[in-house]
Ligand binder design. Structure first.
Ligand SMILES: *Cc1c(COP(=O)(O)O)cnc(C)c1O
Length: 393
């Protein structure tokens, strides 16, 4: 039986060469490679500033901290995301105000954002934190307008969305990383491209970039990492409260090799998504992934929905059988408001966000990554179609 892993990073000779070069250079933590990776990433998305950090969770934390979000403040975000998006608000003593998602894109629904602001129930909202779910950009024209109307900041969770873009009014195609006040990316092992662990913040704001660069390494002045270099100075100043969120050169080295391949990875994921959509469209027990017009979808995830009313089994059994037949799969996401921590701390309840819960009850994520062969893709398609056929109601 064929085995198709849910994910496998594409690590090859270029990554090995860059990492070995770093290991042999005598400089293994934050230094010249992290700097180069920042420059390459800024070029890749077309951002004015790119700041490398140790993970996207740290990127989100630093971004909201730099905007001055603190105790008692509220941030509007989606419950249909990974816990990192909202957990960082607790670091700051701030509160997530969840609003429901769009049933087609699974992204935060701008109409629900407006309702939350108009309701009068959330008086201390300071920012909107949209997540570009699966790599499909949110409706940023509407979110920008809401932010302007209510004087809010926008921090984007782009952990799924490196490389994705969206048509914007008066701008044409705009890459994610060039829209909100601050945008946070992830290079975790399973993401669009990887540094094993890593993240990046992009912004066009010089002052925020400076503040974050300093804060990401203990609040030391910007070039403090050079203090062990022969041309560096042993003296450093502490300008601000800081964090330990720097990205090492070993990790950045992997990123330097990966970013050159990022467009190729994305193209391949697009091919796989089209093959899945083509194959599953014909079966009315399956609902294919939706991609809006006017966007460049990064296809970090391919989320298939089943229609339980047409099948004799539910999502959990569907996932179980796929795994038994060698197809690695997963579920994205378990809505945060249904989890113990979010219920206990913030008073959310099951039933609060019916669209997110409805998607969750029938969704599963299929393998989608650049190193999948056509045979792998065909095996996933055949296996999904066979399970649907065998279990039709
Ligand atoms: C992976 C992920 C993160 C966290 O990324 P790390 O780099 O692992 O910290 C944040 N948000 C979303 C939506 C994610 O999927």
């Amino acid at each position: 039986m064929r085995q198709v892993a849910f994910h496998r990073p594409s690590i090859g000779p270029d990554e090995e060469r860059e990492v070995l070069d770093t290991l042999r250079s005598g400089w293994i933590t934050t230094g010249p490679k992290a700097k180069r990776f920042e420059n390459e990433f800024a070029g890749y998305v077309g951002a004015k500033h790119a700041l490398a950090v140790s993970h996207c969770t740290g990127a989100l934390h630093l971004s909201l901290w730099a905007l001055g979000i603190g105790p008692g403040d509220e941030v509007i975000t989606t419950p249909f995301t990974f816990t990192a998006t909202a957990e960082i608000l607790a670091y700051l003593g701030a509160r997530p105000v969840f609003v429901d998602v769009d049933p087609g894109t699974f992204n935060i629904n701008p109409a629900r954002i407006e309702e939350a602001l108009e309701s009068g129930a959330n008086k201390r909202v300071r920012a909107i934190l949209p997540v570009h779910f699966a790599g499909q950009a949110c409706d940023m024209d509407r979110i920008l307008k809401i932010a302007r109307d209510y004087n809010l900041k926008i921090v984007e969770d782009a952990a799924h969305a490196a490389g994705s873009a969206r048509h914007m009014d008066g701008r044409g195609m705009a890459k994610i990383g060039t829209i909100g006040d601050l945008t946070c990316f992830s290079f975790y092992a399973t993401k669009n491209f990887t540094t094993a662990e890593g993240g990046m913040i992009t912004t066009a704001d010089d002052a925020l970039a400076e503040k974050i660069a300093v804060a990401s390494l203990h609040g030391m002045n910007k070039d403090a990492w050079k203090r062990y270099d022969k041309n560096g100075s042993w003296y450093y100043e502490i300008h601000d409260m800081g964090f330990k969120y720097n990205l090492s050169d070993v990790h950045a080295a992997i990123g330097l090799a990966q970013i050159k391949r990022a467009d190729g990875f994305m193209r391949r994921r697009g091919e796989i998504a089209r093959a899945y959509n083509e194959a599953f469209r014909a079966d009315d027990a399956l609902q294919t992934a939706y991609s809006e017009p006017g966007i460049e979808h990064a296809w970090h995830l391919y989320v298939l929905r089943i229609r339980p009313e047409r099948l004799k089994l539910g999502r959990n059994q569907f996932v179980e059988i796929l795994r038994e037949r060698g197809v690695g799969c997963s579920v994205h996401c378990i809505p945060l408001h249904t989890m113990h921590y979010y219920q206990r701390n913030y008073g959310y309840r099951n039933g609060d966000f019916p669209v997110a819960e409805g998607i969750f009850s029938r969704c599963l994520s299929l393998p989608i990554y650049a190193s999948m062969t056509d045979e792998d893709v065909n095996y996933v398609i055949e296996t999904v179609l066979a399970i649907a056929r065998e279990n039709r109601r």
